[in-house]
Design a protein around this ligand. Structure first.
Ligand code: GBH
Length: 489
């Protein structure tokens, strides 16, 4: 972007928080150690190895279960305030329910959290990052409305066990991956193909699960623990391809399908699902001969229960897409959420490409996203993920450095515009198991050497640059780090 567009204060306020993020399945390994139960990712990759591009799995991955002290040391090297990581439900509750608590799993998280606190690093805990206990899947998982009670039972235990020290909770990471991909037949666990029906049941059940967790915390924990609870969405920028009304609606439907169905019920004044998608699915369902809409509604009581049930919105932002209306996209099964919304997406050739096919460096996409959220709900926001993938394992990652610098300039612009943005968390602390892409895509500020049993971690150039931003509170586009030695300041 033109330098002239970067106006205002170019310094991060002292109370603005910086962090890095990971997720349990992607980093812990030790998949069946010390009493951990199987989860839906363990199950899927073991049953069906070819669902992962390089036929790898996360049985060991970066082995953070054993390397957690090194992880915390890296956080200290970077000088971050916050570490966002997730709890593995089945490591704590091997069968999903609290009748059997795995004390060794609890001990692991206590050790991890205490190690962070020892060095003044604030833990931010994601309660669910896609890894449901397999047992609960056998009872229907997120298609069973009982899931909101099961989830409440689990999160209450997490609040009891860790809430004396953890003050930042995220109920769900990117629930659209659970629902639209996991139940919509798009190769994420549990990989059950219930597109067009199950995926909508899942959406409603996730929203109610979130709200139950929020209310449980307000009722029984907030007054003694004083923490905050939010929910994290993937919110990329969706730009209509043309000025036509159809493309504008298509872009809006894409936003609603990915995050609006969760955010609108929680953050809007009126509550409930976003109108356009509700009408659209009702219409399509009728055309297809269903006696009812495939998208369930909330009862009035449920709508009120959900409305306002969050202290902040977590935003995972990576990129942008152009969206056009396309009534019948032959790629999508019927019925499915993707067929319902009737869209096609495009990525312009001119945007620099990362290793992930969906990820490009789209100009000012983070700024546009934050301004759009401000105009809709003006929520308190934490950027809970932002990052860049490479196929190359090397340490000189100038494309990642460019990506982060421009994203951080967008953050400054948004702060200048009064967006209630409290912090920025980079994805990821280190290379890790990138879901269906296995180990073929690397997002790490630190490189991980998978050929080494110790899973040695080494800082990349981007780690040094991020450290400098955190320390100096400014983005210096000319800073060239001395990479010969990483220090703890
Ligand atoms: C995040 O998702 C996740 O929270 C994190 O665990 C992950 O490691 C990180 O990003 C990097 O991917 O292959 O065209 O079907 C980001 C949102 C949504 C991006 C699913 C990839 C699949 C696109 N992701 N999407 S496609």
């Amino acid at each position: 972007p033109e330098p002239s567009s970067r106006n205002g204060v170019r310094r991060f306020p002292d109370n603005f928080r910086f962090g890095t993020a990971t997720a349990a399945y992607q980093i812990e390994g030790a998949w069946n150690a010390d009493g951990k139960g199987e989860n839906i990712w363990d199950h899927m990759v073991h049953e069906n190895p070819s669902i992962i591009l390089d036929r790898s799995n996360a049985d060991t991955t970066t082995d953070s279960y054993h390397n957690y002290k090194r992880d915390v040391e890296m956080l200290r090297e970077l000088g971050v305030d916050t570490y966002r990581f997730s709890l593995s439900w089945s490591r704590i509750l091997p069968e999903g329910f609290s009748h059997k608590i795995n004390q060794e799993g609890v001990q692991f998280y206590n050790n991890y959290i205490n190690e962070m606190l020892k060095y003044n690093i604030t833990p931010m805990v994601t309660l669910y990052h896609w890894d449901l206990p397999q047992k609960l899947q056998e009872y229907g998982g997120f298609l069973n409305p009982m899931i909101s009670d099961w989830y409440e039972e689990y999160v209450r235990l997490a609040f009891e066990l860790f809430g004396d020290r953890v003050k930042h909770w995220i109920t769900f990471n990117e629930p659209c991956i659970t629902c639209n991909d996991g139940y919509g037949g798009r190769y994420k666990a549990p990989n059950v193909n219930t597109s067009g029906i199950g995926e909508y049941l899942c959406i409603k059940n996730v929203v109610l699960s979130h709200a139950k967790a929020y209310h449980a915390y307000q009722k029984d924990f907030k007054s003694s623990q004083h923490g905050q609870i939010g929910i994290t969405m993937i919110i990329n920028w969706q730009e209509p391809l043309t000025d036509s009304e159809d493309d504008a609606l298509a872009a809006e439907l894409k936003r609603q399908a990915e995050w609006g169905v969760y955010v609108e019920p929680i953050f809007s004044k009126h509550g409930g699902f976003p109108r356009e998608i509700v009408d659209r699915v009702a219409e399509k369902s009728a055309e297809q001969g269903y006696a009812w809409s495939r998208m369930p509604e909330f009862t009035d009581e449920e709508r009120e229960f959900v409305r306002g049930s969050a202290d902040f919105l977590g935003v995972n932002h990576y990129t942008a897409f152009y969206i056009a209306a396309l009534e019948k996209n032959p790629e999508y099964p019927v019925p499915s959420l993707l067929d319902d919304i009737g869209i096609d997406d495009y990525i312009p050739h001119r945007w620099p490409k990362a290793a992930s096919p969906w990820l490009t460096k789209a100009p000012r996409s983070l700024y546009k996203t934050l301004m759009n959220l401000k105009s809709r709900y003006n929520p308190t926001i934490i950027i809970t993920e932002n990052g860049w993938s490479a196929r190359n394992a090397g340490l000189i990652d100038d494309d990642r450095v460019d990506y982060y610098r421009d994203a951080l300039e967008d953050v400054l612009d948004a702060l200048n515009e009064g967006v209630k943005l409290k912090g920025y968390i980079a994805w990821s602390l280190m290379d890790n198991f990138e879901w269906n892409q296995g180990f073929t895509e690397r997002f790490g500020l630190y490189q991980v050497d998978y050929s080494d049993a110790k899973r040695t971690r080494t800082p990349r150039k981007s780690a040094f640059v991020y450290k400098q931003v955190i320390k100096s509170r400014v983005v210096d586009h000319h800073y060239e780090p001395d990479m010969s030695v990483m220090t703890i300041d």
